[in-house]
Write a protein that binds this ligand. Structure first.
Ligand SMILES: [Zn+2]
Ligand SMILES: [Zn+2]
Length: 75
């Protein structure tokens, strides 16, 4: 039996409308993590890097985070 994973239909989305993960430079797919304290350029992490507590320069793993999900969050 094959269980289908709920995969959003992305063909109409621009895949280049956001920067890559700061930790591993991979293309970000929702949900991903945005640091709420680093700026002005968005500090974005994929879930894997967020889970390992990635830190970079001023960014510390105890910063506040926002979870970015597909077009559902208005900030
Ligand atoms: Zn990453
Ligand atoms: Zn930060």
């Amino acid at each position: 039996m094959i269980t289908l994973v709920n995969k959003p239909h992305v063909s109409s989305d621009d895949p280049f409308d956001k920067p890559p993960c700061r930790g591993c430079s991979s293309y970000l797919v929702e949900p991903y993590i945005k640091c709420a304290e680093c700026g002005p350029s968005p500090f974005l992490l994929c879930l894997q890097c967020f889970t390992r507590g990635y830190e970079y320069k001023k960014h510390q793993s105890d910063h506040k985070y926002e979870i970015m999900v597909k077009r559902a969050v208005c900030i």
